[in-house]
Write a protein that binds this ligand. Sequence first.
Ligand SMILES: O=C(O)CCC(=O)C(=O)O
Ligand SMILES: [Fe+2]
Length: 339
Amino acid sequence: MSIEGETCTENNGSTAHCACSATHGTELLSNFVLPPQMRPLTVRPIHIPLVDLALLENADTRPQVLDQIHKACCEWGFFQVVHHGVSLDVLSDLRTSLNEFFSLPLSAKSEKGLLIGDSGQGYGTGFVDPKSGATEWKDYLLFHTYPTSNRDYSKWPSTLRNDIELVSGELLALSQKLLAIISESLGLPSSSIENAMGMLHQKILAAHYPPCPQPEVAMGSCEHTDIGIITCVWQASEDVVSLQVLKDEQWHSVEPNPSAIVVNIGDQIQIFSNGKYRSGPHRVVLNASKPRLSVVAFHNPSASTLVSPSKSLVDEQHPPKYNPTLFKDYANIHRISAV
Ligand SMILES: O=C(O)CCC(=O)C(=O)O
Ligand SMILES: [Fe+2]
């Protein structure tokens, strides 16, 4: 389980090695090297279910879209959406500004005062995966975007502020729309999930995975599930296949589709659906020659939200599989990832 958007306590500017410089010649520093059984293997690329949200507008095609989402949530916990309402031009502008930012030397980011601070926002690197003990090969920017009172603009690079504001608003609207459809696909009123989860807390992660001289022994993001409600991912590097999803005990690569947004169900929907819908384990593998960039929007409940299986999905044949749990307690137990 991962801890989306929580403070990166492990991030430590003084001891962390920026992934870009963490080699002895072509060999990685040992802190990046995973135990052999946790290293990535070559896997089959796959097209996870692709859902055209435009088909929801037509009464004839709407039921088949709901079926498609139901099946994808049961089997994968992942799907992709097109006609999602997030401006591809804004995403593309954001990619340009992010590439400029991530190409700055570490010292420049420190000078700008952008290293992650008390608010949990800003620039980070050097996260240690607690399961393997290995440092993940990535650096990132983390923005707490909604509610807007959580924004710490002093940690947001000024060149990115406008695009992050635009993209985060559109990704929030998309997520609200998806939660309504996912509720319906469970056979519930469309407001069910949002009513159960309360106001969405959104965090945007811009993750940068530099080329890695030994991609076979390291990982950009180790195996985890997302602990929140729903995550939307834009795979900004069209030519790098990096995101992998675990299904039927096999890892599958998610081919990037620049006009699509990848959607993944988080642990809180798995709990709410009483295990009908799956929070799919996933990870990010590395490329020897190309960097990879992704923009990830996590949506969590507030810390004080008590999440439990929906009463409508529990009966004698389907007893509750999960105890009601405050999101803050859940997050503390599953605090295993940088963001
Ligand atoms: O970079 C990605 O594609 C996904 C990263 C991820 O899964 C996460 O940070 O939770
Ligand atoms: Fe994730």
